[in-house]
Design a protein around this ligand. Structure first.
Ligand SMILES: [Zn+2]
Ligand SMILES: [Zn+2]
Length: 134
């Protein structure tokens, strides 16, 4: 089964032919600045993601870059140094078959909202989550 998605204007499209992880919400300040709120993303092996269209990359830290559509500005990808790349869940077409399971970098969340869905929360990275989620 493949999962497809793309940006708001349609200039960038992608297809994922590989395992997709559950969705995790990241509340770090970089995700909040880049997206306008927190980021919810799923991960897939980088070599299972095929992108069509011109994607632009922003180096948001020494360790990661963020891929976005240069036409409409939609945030689509977070690319760290591991074998997987994160895909922003809001960009999926239809139901990707995976669900939100946890929140990370909660100590860095915005002051203007609460996280009240009952899912596990880690103050920083995924290592603070229950083992069955990481
Ligand atoms: Zn676009
Ligand atoms: Zn983040």
């Amino acid at each position: 089964m493949s999962v497809t998605g793309g940006c708001l204007c349609g200039a960038v499209r992608y297809r994922i032919d590989g395992p997709l992880s559950p969705v995790v919400a990241c509340h770090c300040s970089q995700c909040r600045k880049a997206s306008g709120h927190h980021v919810a993303s799923a991960s897939a092996p980088r070599d299972s993601i095929a992108v069509a269209g011109e994607l632009r990359w922003f180096a948001s830290s020494a360790l990661a870059r963020r891929g976005f559509c240069p036409v409409c500005g939609s945030n689509l990808f977070w690319d760290g140094q591991g074998p997987d790349m994160a895909i922003h869940a809001g960009s999926f077409d239809g139901d990707p078959g995976v669900r939100l399971v946890a929140h990370i970098f909660c100590a860095d969340k915005g002051a203007y909202y609460e996280i009240a869905d009952g899912l596990p929360q880690a103050p920083a990275g995924r290592s603070g989550l229950p083992e069955d989620i990481t």
